[in-house]
Design a protein around this ligand. Structure first.
Ligand SMILES: NC(=O)c1ccc[n+]([C@@H]2O[C@H](COP(=O)([O-])OP(=O)(O)OC[C@H]3O[C@@H](n4cnc5c(N)ncnc54)[C@H](OP(=O)(O)O)[C@@H]3O)[C@@H](O)[C@H]2O)c1
Length: 348
């Protein structure tokens, strides 16, 4: 299937504008529909000047019409705030089901069972039918189900960085002797584009601090992504940089398993197009993954504390959002996973 007609709902948001950049550069996708709240309409590059070079390839932004999205597109990415996003994704999926329209929702609305969602998001969940229809889109764990799915719940940014940090441990995860502690730090675009006082330059510049301690909604998502057998403690911290996530996992593996860890990471990453196990002595940098769909991993067994440290870096808008969504689309459409995602970051 070539020249798949693609729609993006929420192209003026941070995740949506990254989707526009990736879809416009994808050799088998054509952007045919862009829609938002109606607050920003018309030529997208009039709102986002970095998209001027794409102006001729972009349809104008219109107020969202679910029926039109389902009729005009073969594939729709939905990147709206939680609460709204899953509802819209489910509506487009239902309207386009007969035509086989594929939908990828970037919010948390379709990722968790209804009771867990309501407890952590504090919002009413979507109908159970919608949540059961959606496939959790972490390719490194659910590749085959994603290939067969028509509705995807694209994983959260912290959840992706943290789950990928420890998934290479495989069945060793069942032997951990206590909770896995994740200390994760994110750039400010993770909070979305709507202005908030604590995100102003004057507030955040020269600062860094923990937030949503004990209640970050990606905690149950990480536990679910790891198969439900491991308890997770997640600390999320805000960094005064625009994008990128750096997560450090502290994993209490049985010490006699430590000599096997390096081989497990090596063989896991050998088969993965976007997860790179760095050479010994190298450490992940957010600058080395920003603008890409890559995840960089490094490990250190600490003999004194008997804890395994794993370091993981992703771009919250790349592997944490738009990049992973395009990777999922490639899988759903039977294309090579790296199609449209051969991206090199800007280091300077
Ligand atoms: N930012 C990240 O790093 C990241 C990572 C992973 C997942 N996500 C998820 O992706 C989704 C979008 O996040 P974001 O950071 O891109 O948010 P954002 O920057 O705040 O953008 C939100 C977008 O939604 C549109 N919108 C808001 N209400 C709408 C409505 N009622 N109908 C139609 N459009 C509406 C806005 O359009 P207008 O300009 O027209 O108002 C805007 O384009 C969220 O669910 C978020 O959790 C984000």
């Amino acid at each position: 299937m070539a020249n798949v007609r693609v729609g993006i709902v929420g192209p003026t948001g941070y995740a949506g504008m990254e989707l526009v950049r990736l879809v416009a550069g994808h050799p088998r996708m054509t952007l045919v529909y862009l829609a938002g709240s109606g607050a920003r309409t018309g030529p997208l590059d009039a709102h986002l000047p970095h998209l001027h070079p794409l102006a001729d390839a972009l349809p104008p932004v219109e107020p969202l019409d679910v029926r039109k999205a389902a009729d005009a597109c073969d594939l729709v990415f939905v990147a709206l705030p939680s609460g709204e996003s899953g509802r819209v994704a489910w509506g487009i999926f239902q309207s386009g089901r007969d035509r086989g329209v594929k939908v990828i929702d970037l919010s948390g609305d379709l990722r968790l069972p209804p009771d867990v969602y309501e407890a952590w998001y504090g919002k009413p969940a979507l109908p159970r039918e919608a949540i059961e229809e959606a496939c959790y889109g972490l390719p490194e764990r659910h590749r085959q189900s994603i290939r067969e799915a028509a509705l995807i719940a694209n994983p959260g940014c912290y959840a992706t960085a943290c789950a990928l940090a420890v998934l290479p441990l495989g069945d060793l995860l069942a032997d951990v002797t206590g909770p896995i502690v994740f200390d994760a730090k994110s750039g400010v675009t993770g909070a979305g584009r709507a202005p908030k006082e604590h995100l102003h330059l004057g507030e955040l510049a020269n600062d860094a601090y923990p937030y949503r301690v004990g209640k970050h909604q990606h905690t149950p998502e990480i536990e679910q992504a790891l198969g439900g057998a491991v308890r997770v403690l997640l600390t999320t911290q805000l960094l005064p940089v625009p994008r990128g996530i750096l997560a450090c996992a502290y994993v209490p593996i049985p010490p006699d398993q430590a000599p096997m860890v390096y081989d497990r990471y090596t063989s896991f990453c050998e088969g993965e197009p976007f997860v790179r196990f760095l050479r010994e002595g190298e450490m992940p940098h957010i600058k080395a993954v920003n603008g890409t769909n890559e995840c960089h991993l490094a490990v250190h067994w600490d003999e004194r504390s008997r804890l395994l440290q794993v370091f993981s870096a992703i771009d919250n808008l790349g592997k944490g959002a738009a990049g992973q969504a395009v990777q999922n689309a490639n899988l759903m459409l039977g294309w090579p996973e790296r199609e449209g995602l051969n991206l090199v970051p800007l280091w300077m």
